[in-house]
Design a protein around this ligand. Structure first.
Ligand code: ADP
Ligand code: MG
Length: 697
């Protein structure tokens, strides 16, 4: 563990000998502020100095490395070939050589190939007329001719820093390692670090900057880089484990799981639970029967039957004399939840309440019944646990988060009295790797199996010109008693245009394409009660075709809708397309999804549509989405408080993340309070308090 005064995470680069204000400013511009930053500024590649040749020795066809001085350089134009190029002549003490570039970035070359600059050049030798040349050599600027003498045999080549020569970067990093390398400590106590059987952090960093192998061993280099990524992931996972443990330490409720509602509920079902649902309910019962508060995430595709699991959990809470809160992100969804679960609880004679925004006179008595404990199940939006609502004895909180992450703060959940159990449901399946990051502090249950007899959703992409074929598909569905969604995207972020599209299209479709059908309109600018009216008309089949924007994305359940048409589908991300498609296929009839695409779709858009045609499996789609977009963009991860990792890339380094998670779970009990405090301090200095560690005792 590092001492405060030797804290390299906080120490500015100017503490390194030879780094004055000017160099410090250049380093800062590259984001290198502290000494630790310098250690983590890794070479792109290495040059093996032992293969440096004299110019007179080189022969055609060989890949060579030479050190030479610039004699002259100039842009040229070859009139016959009508090609622009750049040429430079260089020489060493044995001979001279011409270098050529075609179609190049001139300013960069002009700056590098200034007369008398000394360069380390590598590339393949070819013949040009009588002479030898290298086309497009790689060039590294050296301080001076002598610089090579002082260097190790294998020379690290760093990413470019504007205004700074490679030699200077190398010198500074070497100096930093000499002066401060000894303070480079793992977040792990030394004994633990060596007992894990991994390279010591200090050694890995030093070997990356100065490989001492006789040959440059790429595999070895990778091992060292992975060690650094592991360190970073481990720090992150230890933080999550600390958070998790702090919740586990809290005083929760020990529920008994053999009550009458729990038993009756299952008997009353008109279907058999899937194996996945059984497994999840078992996991929930284990949590609830335990004294530590449940802190579980339930992941499963739309329609996989998550709500049923939450109802089973509710029955347990009620059997034990506790109240349950069900929360959804929007009013429409809260109402839908209410309608779904009302059936169940009503049959069981369990008093329920639905807390809406504008209840008028009804609100005070409703709140009163919650306060006295008469009402056992309360449904509302996420606002339920804020403001004026007081529970008598809240035992379970069920949160339907859709795809927003971590919106609920634990603090809110700590009500008076005991800490309630919480079950967060999400319909956004996310890749396993990402799940370890986003939900690392929760226990995760997955429903990976659909109820039997669920219909496949036939999916096909159509170019714009074939729209009439799509309308015909819609008409076919309507004729057999189905209903249709036609979705327009949000264009250019500007809701005005969105409005224009959906509104105009609704009118146009009604007039020209579906004159004998009832076409409805739903968009984000409508007032809540207008929206509800339209949804209710659609539910009651008074509307056949609902033209809408993505407001229908979240959780709306219309079992009779059998086709969804998505206009400009190339503009949507994969997860969003998958969510939209999930609006159909919820009833007993087979359903269809038509993806209309414009001519101008990108390669990535094409791939997305292919994935959609190929599979309806949410987890598979999530994996593809992460691969296509990268983990940073996916699901608003940036807003979810997950830190940016210095070196790790979740798509590539998922296995390292699992290793870090396992290690963190193993070693957490072995760390002393002092050690944990130091780690906490380190996390906060490194990532700020985005992980909310500061309020953990
Ligand atoms: P989710 O919350 O995951 O979107 P729901 O729990 O709302 O899914 O279930 C979707 C529909 O499937 C509901 O109508 C529900 O009654 C039904 N359902 C749930 N589980 C099963 C099952 N095991 N077999 C058949 N139908 C089921
Ligand atoms: Mg419990």
């Amino acid at each position: 563990m590092m001492e405060k005064e030797n804290d390299i995470t906080g120490k500015p680069v100017r503490y390194v000998k030879g780094v004055g204000p000017k160099i410090a400013a250049l380093l800062n511009q590259k984001g290198l502020n502290t000494i630790e930053d310098l250690f983590y500024f890794l070479p792109n590649r290495y040059e093996d100095k032992r293969t440096i040749k004299n110019i007179e020795e080189i022969v055609e066809g060989e890949a060579v490395l030479v050190v030479a001085k610039v004699v002259s350089s100039r842009p040229v134009f070859y009139p016959r070939a009508r090609r622009r190029a750049f040429e430079a002549n260089v020489q060493d003490h044995t001979g001279s050589l011409t270098l050529r570039w075609f179609h190049v970035v001139l300013p960069y070359l002009r700056e590098l190939f200034v007369k008398d600059n000394i360069l380390l050049l590598s590339g393949r030798v070819t013949r040009f007329g009588k002479n030898l040349q290298i086309v497009h050599p790689e060039a590294v600027l050296l301080e001076d001719e002598d610089e090579l003498e002082g260097l190790q045999k294998i020379i690290p080549v760093y990413p470019e820093i504007v205004g700074m020569k490679q030699g200077t970067i190398r010198r500074i990093i070497k100096q930093a390692l000499n002066e401060y390398g000894k303070h480079l400590g793992s977040i792990l106590p030394p004994a633990l670090e060596s007992s894990l059987g991994i390279t010591l952090l200090r050694e890995a960093i030093s070997k990356i900057h100065h490989p001492d192998e006789d040959v440059i061993d790429k595999a070895m280099h990778q091992v060292h880089v992975k060690r650094l990524i592991f360190e970073e992931y481990l720090l992150f996972q230890i933080s999550l484990q600390m958070k998790k443990r702090s919740v586990k330490k809290a005083e929760g409720i020990r529920f008994k799981c053999n009550g009458k509602h729990r038993a009756n509920f299952e008997k009353g079902l008109s279907f058999k639970l899937t194996n996945a649902q059984r497994k999840v309910i078992n996991e929930i019962e284990e949590d609830m029967g335990n004294k530590t508060p449940m802190n579980r995430l339930l992941q499963g595709d739309v329609g996989s039957g998550k709500t049923i699991c939450a109802i089973a959990a509710s029955c347990i809470a009620i059997d034990n004399g506790y109240q349950v809160a069900f929360m959804a992100p929007t009013e429409i969804l809260a109402e839908q939840h209410y309608l779904t679960i009302h059936k169940f609880f009503d049959d069981m004679g369990i008093p329920m309440a639905y807390l809406r925004g504008n209840m008028g006179k009804e609100r005070p008595p409703t709140i009163e019944r919650i306060k006295t404990g008469h009402t056992l199940v309360v449904v509302g939006t996420h606002a339920l646990l804020q403001g004026d609502i007081e529970f008598n004895n809240l035992g379970l909180v069920v949160i339907d988060e859709q795809h927003r992450f971590g919106v609920m703060q634990r603090k809110i959940m700590k009500q008076k009295g005991s800490w309630p159990d919480s079950l967060v449901m999400t319909a956004t399946p996310i890749p396993r790797t990402l799940s370890m990051v986003v939900y690392g502090d929760l226990d995760v249950s997955v429903i990976d199996e659909m109820p039997a007899g669920r219909q496949k959703i036939w999916t096909k992409a159509f170019p714009d010109q074939e729209k009439n074929a799509v309308y015909k598909l819609v008409e076919d569905e309507l004729r057999t008693g189905g209903q249709a969604f036609i979705v327009y995207p949000l264009v250019d972020e500007s809701e005005k245009i969105e409005l224009l599209n959906a509104t105009n299209m609704a009118v146009l479709l009604q007039k020209t394409i579906f004159p004998d059908r009832k076409v409805g309109l739903l968009h984000g600018r409508m007032k809540a009660d207008e929206k509800e009216k339209v949804m209710s008309l659609f539910k009651r089949k008074m509307i056949d075709v609902l033209v809408c924007t993505t407001v229908i994305e979240v959780g709306i359940d219309i079992p009779n809708a059998t086709i969804i048409v998505i206009e400009h589908s190339e503009r949507f991300g994969l997860s969003q397309l998958h969510q939209l498609r999930g609006r159909v296929g919820r009833g007993i009839k087979p359903s269809k999804c038509a993806l209309i695409t414009s001519e101008k779709k990108t390669a990535i858009a094409k791939q997305r549509l292919k994935v959609m045609e190929k599979t309806v499996d949410g987890f598979q789609i999530a994996e593809e989405d992460m691969r296509l977009r990268g983990p940073g963009e996916i699901f608003g991860l940036k807003q979810s408080g997950i830190p940016e990792f210095r070196l790790g890339n979740l798509v590539r380094d998922g296995d390292i993340m699992s290793m870090a998670k396992k290690t963190a779970e193993e070693i957490l009990p072995k760390l002393s309070k002092d050690e944990l405090d130091q780690i906490k301090g380190l996390v906060i200095r490194k990532w700020g308090d985005s992980l909310h560690l500061s309020d953990i005792a």
